[in-house]
Design a protein around this ligand. Structure first.
Ligand SMILES: [Zn+2]
Length: 421
């Protein structure tokens, strides 16, 4: 694999220019200078380098503003690619995206269930290889793989710090092992944080907004993005809203806390409640022995959509609890937007959206200063995998950090030399 020359020499300046071009889709050099605050001479030089490296191409002329029409530049989408892998017990999604963040290939398969990592990771690697072959993507142009999964995790070491789905996964070097098998750099990150940054990259939120993402798949996670970067906290285990307590007298959770949101609002809880409602369980033919409870949850969500009062009550109750959590996160971070992402919002997303919006409108501390909008993710059930791929692009292109070959700690951003340029 080639080491991209993307940030050789002047990482911050090139990253900044690339990010502005990405966000604008196409832009003139004059507009680039205005948007970045860099001089026209610096912009000309940086754009010439980026065109020379094949990362940027000229793209026709913009409207004239009096003088001669300006030549526009845009990212060259086929210059680089990245892979996003969302790893879960019940469902896995793999995507290949181009430099512009467009999905060029996708596959999904049943999750890793209760396989130990030394059996599960070769299966994941085989799926990635097959997808890259199907997409006919030049492997030399693949920057790396963003592997995203639940927390807690040690992102820098590339290990999960949870015995899920089995004991063998705890502290197992998932990212380094997958990197060895694929011969590509692999970064590990939180699925909800990845889903959150994916929204930014796809242009779904204002570039300067502070927004939160509630990610619901098997479990419930969260991510907060400030000015285009995920808020990391001290160990990248921030905004884990599934494990904030909503009942101080609640039952103990496997995480150690009591009364965790996930145990009140998560899909497995809704399924359990539906099974305990005999009429509903019979009507929807719910299977109490099903190990794939996301399918059962989707059935309840679909019934809620079509007006089944008992199904609707359960989904609304789950949404109300999520609304409590959304208010908490919005109060802590003074958010503008809350994005709902992940497969468990796909079927009854509009019910969740309106109930969570009601809670924020009613109870938010800063509601008189500004509203907080609740919106569905542009990436839907692929949000985490797309975000994983975007984290690779962002890490390589705009933050000036190279992905490690062995999947271990990314190098810190190189500061210095060209900062003034
Ligand atoms: Zn918990």
């Amino acid at each position: 694999m080639v080491r991209s020359p993307v940030w050789a020499g002047r990482p911050k300046t090139r990253g900044l220019v690339l990010d502005v071009i990405r966000a604008a889709r196409s832009i003139s050099r004059v507009e680039l200078a205005a948007a970045t605050g860099l001089t026209g001479a610096t912009i000309s030089e940086v754009v010439r380098e980026l065109i020379g490296d094949g990362l940027v191409v000229e793209a026709g002329r913009g409207a004239s503003t009096g003088g001669k029409p300006r030549t526009l530049v845009q990212l060259n989408p086929v210059a680089r690619y990245s892979v996003g892998v969302q790893l879960e017990r019940n469902a896995c999604v793999i995507v290949v995206v181009d430099l512009a963040g467009r999905q060029v290939a996708r596959t999904s398969f049943r999750g890793v269930a209760s396989l130990p990592p030394d059996q599960a990771l070769p299966l994941v690697a085989a799926q990635v290889e097959a997808l890259l072959t199907t997409a006919a993507v030049d492997r030399d142009k693949v920057l790396g793989v963003g592997l995203v999964s639940y927390g807690p995790q040690d992102r820098h070491a590339g290990v999960l710090l949870t015995p899920q789905p089995t004991e063998e996964w705890y502290d197992y070097p998932v990212a380094p092992r997958l990197a060895e098998q694929l011969g590509l750099p692999v970064l590990l990150d939180n699925d909800a944080a990845a889903a959150a940054i994916g929204e930014y990259w796809m242009g779904a939120v204002e570039p300067h907004s502070t927004y939160g993402c509630i990610y619901m798949a098997t479990g419930i996670g969260g991510g907060v993005v400030v000015a285009g970067e995920v808020y990391r906290g001290s160990s990248s285990n921030s905004a884990e809203i599934g494990h904030i307590s909503i009942d101080v007298h609640g039952e103990e959770c496997s995480c150690g806390n009591v009364g965790c949101l996930e145990n009140y609002a998560g899909p497995s809880t809704v399924v359990r409640q539906a099974l305990a409602t005999p009429g509903l369980a019979r009507r929807l033919a719910l299977d109490p022995a099903a190990d794939d409870f996301l399918t059962e949850f989707a059935r309840i969500a679909a019934a809620a959509n079509t007006g089944d009062p008992e199904a609707r009550e359960l989904i609304e109750r789950s949404a109300r609890y999520l609304g409590h959590a959304a208010v908490t996160v919005a109060v802590l971070f003074d958010l503008d937007v809350v994005v709902l992402a992940g497969p468990s919002f796909v079927v009854a997303g509009s019910i969740y959206q309106s109930v969570i919006q009601q809670e924020l409108d009613r109870r938010l501390f800063a509601r008189r200063a500004h509203p907080v909008r609740v919106v569905p993710s542009v990436n839907g059930s692929d949000a985490a995998a797309m975000g994983g791929a975007v984290l690779v692009l962002q890490s390589e292109l705009t933050l000036g950090r190279s992905l490690p070959e062995d999947g271990a700690r990314p190098a810190p951003a190189v500061a210095g030399a060209d900062e003034a340029s």
